[in-house]
Structures are given as C-alpha cells and as structure tokens.
Design a protein around this ligand. Structure first.
Ligand code: AMP
Length: 396
C-alpha cells in the first residue's frame, strides 16, 4: 500500500510517498515559497534530485505539482495516481477532542478549524493541504495524525496549570505538548532496542532540533512533556525562550513600549540560543563560539544543556527511575558535543557515556557504556513513517 505523507506549513509543503508494506520511501521532497513564487524539490528513490521553479499561488498548485512529479514518465515512481492508496497529513493541534489519528471527515475538519485558535500558524496551513488533497484526489482516504494526540494520555497533574480553573473550563487552557509523533516513534523504537515489551518500559525522549521538547513516556504513553499550551514552553530552543517567569512579559512590555504581539514574538523568534548568544539559533554556530571562548555563546550553550538536564532529573523522579533516555531530531541525532555535555552531567543517575559510541551522526546507536545503569540511545526520528503507519492501519 502506498501512502502519501503530507506536512504543510503556511508557505511550504513536505511530502513522502511511502510503500508501507516494505517501508520503502519511493520519493520525497518539498514545495517552498507557496503563495510567493514557488519551487519544487523532488527526490525520487534511485534518482537525481530535481528542482523546478513554477508558480504555486496556493497549496492546490503545489500538491498538483507533487502529483505530476510522482507520475512523470522520466522521474516518476508510480504509473498512475491510482497507486496512491491513502494520504496521511501531519496536523499540529487536535485540542482535547482528538486523542488519536483519525480518518478526515467533516467533523474532523471542524475540530481542526476550531483548534486554529490554539495553533494559529499551523492548523490553517494543515487544512489547506487537506483541502487541496481532497480536491485533487477525490475518493482517496485522508488521515490526520496530530502532534498533540500522543500527549493526551497525560494525567491532570501533568497537564493542568496552577491557575484559576475557569480558564481551563472556559478556554481549554492546559498543557497540550507537541512533537508527539516523534516522541512516540523513538519511544517505540527504543523499546525494540531494549528488547522489552513497550508496556513495561519507562523512557525519557529528548527531541531537540530547532524546536525542542522532552517527554516522559511510561508503557508507551506520554505522561508528561515540556512544551505546553503552545510550543513556547519547556527547554530553551533555537529562537524560543522556553520556560520563563510570566511576569517578565508585562515588565518588558512596559519598559520597551511593546505590544503583546511584539513581546510574544520576541519570546518566539528572538530568544533562545539566538537571543542569549546574540549570534545564531543554530547549534553548529554556537559550538564554534564555545570553541572560540565567546562569552555569550558559552552562556547560551550552558543554559541550553542545563535546561535539558533539569527536565531529565525531574522526569527521572516522576517516572520513579527509567530504562532509557533517547536523543533525537536535528541536534539530538547529529550533535556529538551536545549529547556528550548532557550525558556527562547525568553521573548521579549512574549513567556513563561511551565516548567512542557517541561518535555518530544521524545513526541509531547505544551511546552509554555496558555498565551504565540507564541506557542512552541516539535514534533518528521518522515522523513520516509514523504517519504512514497510522494511515495504513486505518485504511487497511
Ligand atoms: P530540526 O529542527 O530537527 O530539523 O533540527 C535543525 C537544527 O539541528 C539546526 O538548527 C541545528 O541547530 C541542528 N543541527 C543539525 N545538524 C547539526 C550538527 N551536526 N551539529 C549541531 N547541530 C546540528
């Protein structure tokens, strides 16, 4: 069965066509600058990467270009669109109503629309992709896989905030958590590597890319995560502050004469590694600054590592011990120094880093020593495969 996995942003669209029966990626790529001018990067399996510039006023034209590329005589990977059996969509926010992946119908579309309030940048874009696919591929089932769904198993003590309950009742203000598909994928893969039934595992998953979050996963279910009502909470990220004292916001707004939008924008886009270092949101640049002895770069790095370790310690206690810790996403998969800096601070938990084994980028590896009390892994995430898996399960 072939599943087209679609991940839409407001001006971009990532896709993969996966033959789920043998987990084979037939083609993948990206449409960029939708609504501006338009560019398709298309990469067929066993073929050359192709870049095509073409007008993409909306997501409909973008999806049409993807479909044309998939069946193109020269570099296509299927003969006709009838070979696309289902479409799986990544959707950011399902609020409290959606706790699992679902076949998209009018009811689901309504929920995605309603949750646009909670995910204003993503949900409308996700919906544009869904509508475009429904228009261009009538009759092909569409499945929505939500970033928030995996964390819906958190208990109230993890998802409630210490604020008046009426805000929760009136506006659904609570922790939702994000990156759910990634946390779920690496937790499941980790259980396989531990050769333990998923139901018997306790795992801390660390998804650190440009955004970042940790999750405490018990028996394959999320019981806590660091992002919150929005992706701004938790650890420090590339440009996001992570947790701060909320009273900072009105204080700075008054002093700097900022509107609420400007202040929130500063926390989302001008903070984190970027804001603290004053130089870059990219961990590779931060590591260069550290090597050069740059003071702000070094503070940014140390703060970044401390925030992650703080949550590891907290989740270790919350889970009453863990079997494994997993690093994933851009930094977690590729940054040898970041993994080293984190794991070296975990000696009090009986964790020992195997420096040799940690010397890997983008590969699955056990990076703790044989006598480490807790195993530590690097596991490349695969959200697309997870989306294809859920889509396949429904359609089959
Ligand atoms: P993601 O959001 O998962 O795509 O991760 C993107 C981020 O990963 C980039 O902004 C970099 O900070 C980081 N990254 C990617 N490769 C490396 C590397 N080799 N060393 C350090 N950081 C990396």
């Amino acid at each position: 069965m072939n599943v087209l996995v679609v991940n839409c942003g407001s001006s971009s669209l990532k896709f993969q066509l996966i033959n789920y029966d043998n987990r084979d990626v037939l083609a993948k790529g990206l449409c960029e600058r939708i609504g501006i001018d338009g560019r398709l990067v298309y990469e067929p399996k066993n073929g050359e990467k192709e870049v095509t510039e073409a007008a993409m006023p909306t997501h409909v034209e973008a999806i049409q270009m993807v479909l044309d590329a998939l069946v193109n005589e020269k570099s296509g990977v299927i003969k006709s669109l009838e070979e696309v059996d289902a479409i799986g969509h990544r959707v950011l926010h399902g609020g409290m109503k959606i706790t699992n992946s679902v076949i998209i119908d009018d009811e689901v579309i309504k929920v995605i629309e309603e949750c646009a309030d909670l995910g204003p940048l993503h949900n409308p874009a996700n919906l544009m992709g869904i509508n475009a696919c429904m228009k261009l591929m009538p009759g092909v089932p569409n499945v929505a896989v939500f970033d928030t769904a995996f964390h819906q198993t958190m208990p109230p003590k993890a998802y409630m905030y210490g604020i008046p309950k009426e805000y929760y009742e009136k506006y659904a203000i609570r922790k939702y958590g994000f990156h759910g598909t990634s946390h779920q994928y690496v937790a499941e893969r980790c259980a396989e590597l531990l050769e333990k039934p998923l139901a018997d595992t306790k795992i801390i998953t660390i998804h650190i890319g440009n955004g970042g979050s940790l999750s405490a996963v018990k028996g394959g279910h999320s019981v806590d995560t660091t992002m919150g009502f929005t992706p701004l909470a938790g650890i420090m990220m590339g440009t996001r502050s992570g947790d701060i004292d909320p009273a900072v916001l009105p204080f700075v707004m008054e002093k700097e004469n900022l509107t609420i939008d400007q202040a929130v924008n500063a926390l989302n886009k001008e903070s984190g590694l970027y804001g603290v270092s004053g130089a870059s949101s990219d961990m590779r640049d931060i590591l260069k600054l550290v090597a050069e002895g740059d003071e702000r770069g070094t503070i940014a790095f140390n703060l970044y590592i401390k925030r992650i370790c703080d949550y590891i310690g907290s989740y270790f206690l919350y889970l009453d011990g863990v079997d494994a810790i997993v690093f994933t996403a851009g930094i977690g998969e590729n940054s040898i120094p970041v993994r080293k800096a984190v794991v070296q601070r975990l000696g009090a938990l009986g964790i020992q880093l195997d420096e040799q084994a940690n010397n890997v980028m983008g590969e699955e590896a056990l990076i703790s020593t044989a006598d480490s009390k807790i195993k530590v892994f690097a596991i490349p995430t695969n959200e697309e495969l997870m989306i294809a898996k859920d889509t396949y399960a429904f359609v089959k």
